[in-house]
Design a protein around this ligand. Structure first.
Ligand code: MTE
Length: 326
């Protein structure tokens, strides 16, 4: 994120492929109708998802029930854009690197160790994670600290479902997410740009917020490697770097974790990193954003919304000075 930055902090526009995923687009129109109440009923919903999935290409599909409570109405980013413009420094610092190089990541077998301040530590493989709770499709905005954003239909369930199973002890105040760091599979690990493994963290109440998603897929399919396969978190009211990819460990701890970007540049990347148009990055404004896919010459930037528009989370921070705890 620190690298190859233009003076205003905005990356040059990408030539985006505007071919939408027919499958996803049809589902999305359906969800929108559902949300405005012009269609009702679980049976119809089932029918539509089945039909949409039947059209899907030969990728590993992941059936999930759309959850209309977690849908933003913005037009979703195309699959092509969402999978070719990525930040995943384990595979390089260029936005195109993850799509080029993450093919080397072996995502099965894969286990996630859940440890630390919990009564029931466990190590779960991907199949167990897939079965842990019903999979939902949720359409979230994700706003990168660099000034761009996307809208992605994720597949997963609230991280709270997993937290409940491991029973945190009274000492658990924070949750730390540790990404895989394997030099053999991840060419970027040789670079000193960040301290490896990539670590992120949340306060326990943030981790337990129903919006915090443990994601195993997107666009009705398993996660592409470049997007954090086989399992990542998505915290939609925080800058994208809080959403750690390819997680190998989830640790419940007493003290606020040291996180990768905070270690790299503490003045620039705070622990909280809530999307906040009123708190600028030291080197650029955070008041607006460029939606990936809206890159035309005359495309207007969008105003960035407090908590990325997820105002429900405000109560997590009542009484806190969010300029100080940025
Ligand atoms: N997780 C790991 N392990 N390594 C990373 O470099 N980059 C973060 C976050 N998670 C990153 C990571 C940043 S800066 C962003 S903006 C999002 O992933 C990007 O997610 P996306 O590529 O799926 O849009």
């Amino acid at each position: 994120m620190l690298i190859k930055r233009s003076p205003n902090g905005i990356d040059p526009p990408l030539v985006s492929d505007i071919t939408p995923r027919a499958v996803f687009e049809s589902r999305r129109a359906f969800i929108r109708q559902l949300a405005i109440g012009s269609i009702a009923g679980g049976a119809l919903l089932e029918m539509a998802s089945r039909e949409a999935f039947a059209q899907s290409a030969a990728v590993q599909k992941l059936a999930a029930k759309p959850n209309p409570a977690y849908v933003v109405m913005d037009k979703p980013t195309t699959y092509k854009d969402a999978t070719t413009y990525n930040n995943f420094y384990e595979f390089g610092t260029d936005k195109a690197d993850p799509a080029k190089y993450a093919g080397t990541l072996k995502t099965r077998p894969w286990t996630v160790a859940i440890e630390g301040e919990v009564k029931k530590p466990m190590t779960l493989d991907i199949d167990s994670l897939l079965k842990l709770a019903p999979l939902e499709e949720r359409i979230y905005r994700l706003r990168c600290v660099e000034g761009w954003s996307m809208v992605i239909p994720w597949v997963g369930y609230s991280l709270a479902e997993l937290i409940r199973k491991v029973e945190p002890t009274g000492n658990a105040k924070y949750v730390e997410f540790v990404s895989l760091a394997d030099k053999k599979q991840m060419p970027g690990i040789g670079s000193p740009v960040l301290e490896w493994p990539y670590v992120e963290g949340l306060r326990l109440d943030e981790a337990n917020h129903p919006l915090t998603l443990l994601s195993l897929g997107m666009y009705g399919e398993v996660l592409p490697n470049q997007n954090g396969a086989p399992v990542r978190i998505v915290v939609p009211w925080k800058y994208g770097f809080k959403s750690a990819k390819s997680i190998a460990k989830i640790r419940f701890v007493k003290d606020q974790p040291r996180t990768a970007w905070n270690i790299a540049a503490a003045r620039e990347y705070g622990f909280y990193s809530n999307v906040n148009p009123g708190v600028d990055h030291p080197r650029w404004s955070q008041a607006s954003e460029r939606r990936i896919g809206e890159d035309g010459l005359f495309a207007k930037k969008r105003k960035t919304l407090m908590f990325n528009g997820y105002s429900d989370v405000a109560s997590l921070y009542s009484g806190m000075d969010l300029k100080k705890f940025f």
